[in-house]
Design a binder for this molecule. Structure first.
Ligand SMILES: C[S@@+](CC[C@H](N)C(=O)[O-])C[C@H]1O[C@@H](n2cnc3c(N)ncnc32)[C@H](O)[C@@H]1O
Length: 378
């Protein structure tokens, strides 16, 4: 972001802090404008050469031109700013942030577009195909598969209307590809992931944490934050990435998940681990929470999609009143909004930390622990 001489905030994509650039203003609104780079006059201290040949055109990575430490610093600041400005919290100045062990070769799941014109991602701010031959953020197995397809796989020759595919590489290196609109009968077999002590099955279409290199660290942190106790409630459980270990830390556990495919995996994974004391509630969080009574739950873990929680789900959580709420989020703005609601309902921010699940992009993962304040003490 830069400022025009009249003070207007100007957003200039693909710049780095400290860059001196000549730009063209492409949009001017009342409170901000947008511009594009015409010339890089002098690079800022954190600018690096982006390794990807489609950087700038592809809608996937927008931060490859930033040195990795600067990416982490910026994400820490984005998280701190959201919690302060939207959430009304006072987070620590230096929020702990776990880096990805590698800034490239980490992504274990990718959505690709396939058409007669090639295979790739969508272009920035467009639905059009951006053909790619290699993608350096993918784990090596997926990158190699992409190179093979870009080179002219027979499936590519056959593709008529653009098709959307999801590719997953499990931790044994097997690649599973499935077309998003394919019937269950056409789907490939599930992927297998080793998550802490458990071998887990994850079917095509079921969510899996995208950065394979941080699976263990994220799992450890969430389970550590959840602690131990008698009753726990887990919302947005997916295939059970956290649920199996959580079930061993609590005497009873209820898990909520809306996707039928994920619930089917979850049941397989729980049965395989011999965990019979877990109640699986298939359905929307809002609907399940409506019928839950106040009290009796020691800890709630939630891991919603980017939209976060609805207002009514936040109100229901406040009503349940668990002493501890562990919120894992991939969107700092909705995290800040939802935790502000919980704050108004009697919760205090106990800790916050970040995980760089998505290097080379502006996305981040945040883990927040909230504790319920005794109402009598105000
Ligand atoms: C970010 S993923 C997390 C999954 C799981 N915790 C994991 O780590 O693999 C969010 C999950 O929430 C589920 N979900 C989305 N909206 C939901 C809702 N309203 N009610 C229940 N589950 C929902 C999705 O199907 C998805 O499995």
């Amino acid at each position: 972001m830069a400022r025009l001489p009249d003070g207007l905030a100007l957003f200039v994509p693909l710049t780095a802090p400290g860059d001196r650039v000549r730009v063209r203003v492409v949009e001017r609104k009342k409170r901000f404008g947008r511009a594009e780079i015409l010339e890089l006059i002098e690079p800022g201290p954190d600018r690096v050469e982006a390794p990807c040949s489609v950087f700038g055109r592809c809608g996937g990575c927008r931060w490859q031109h930033l040195a990795y430490p600067a990416q982490l610093e910026a994400k820490r600041e984005i998280l701190r700013e959201a919690l302060t400005r939207i959430g009304g919290w006072t987070p620590p100045e230096e929020i702990p942030f776990t880096p990805s062990p590698s800034g490239y070769g980490y992504r274990t799941r990718a959505r690709l577009l396939l058409s007669r014109d090639g295979v790739g991602y969508r272009r920035e701010a467009s639905h059009a195909l951006c053909p790619v031959e290699r993608c350096p953020i993918l784990v090596p197995e997926l990158d190699a598969e992409l190179a093979r397809w870009a080179d002219g796989d027979e499936t590519l020759e056959r593709a008529g209307a653009p098709e959307e595919w999801e590719w997953v590489a499990d931790d044994a290196g097997r690649v599973r590809r499935h077309r998003l609109d394919a019937s269950a009968a056409e789907s490939p077999p599930p992927s297998e992931f080793q998550i802490a002590a458990d071998r887990m099955t994850i079917s095509p279409g079921t969510f899996v944490q995208a950065n394979r290199l941080l699976h263990a660290a994220l799992h450890r942190a969430v389970l550590g934050a959840a602690g131990q106790g008698s009753r726990a409630l887990e919302l947005h459980a997916g295939a059970g990435f956290f649920s199996l270990a959580l079930a061993r830390q609590f005497e009873s556990l209820e898990v909520v998940e809306s996707s039928p495919g994920a619930v089917a995996d979850l049941r397989v994974n729980l049965a395989r681990a011999g965990l019979s004391h877990v109640r699986v509630s298939e359905g929307q969080v809002d609907r399940v929470l409506e019928s839950r009574a106040r009290g009796g739950v020691d800890m709630v873990l939630l891991d919603p999609p980017r939209a976060g929680l609805s207002e009514s789900a936040s109100a229901a959580l406040i009503e349940i009143g668990a002493p501890r709420v562990v919120y894992l989020s991939c969107d700092p703005a909705t995290l800040a909004r939802d935790t502000a609601r919980l704050g108004a309902g009697g919760y205090a921010l106990q800790s916050v930390e970040g995980f760089d699940l998505f290097p080379q992009t502006a996305h981040l993962e945040a883990l927040v622990v909230l504790t319920r304040q005794d109402r009598d003490q105000g």
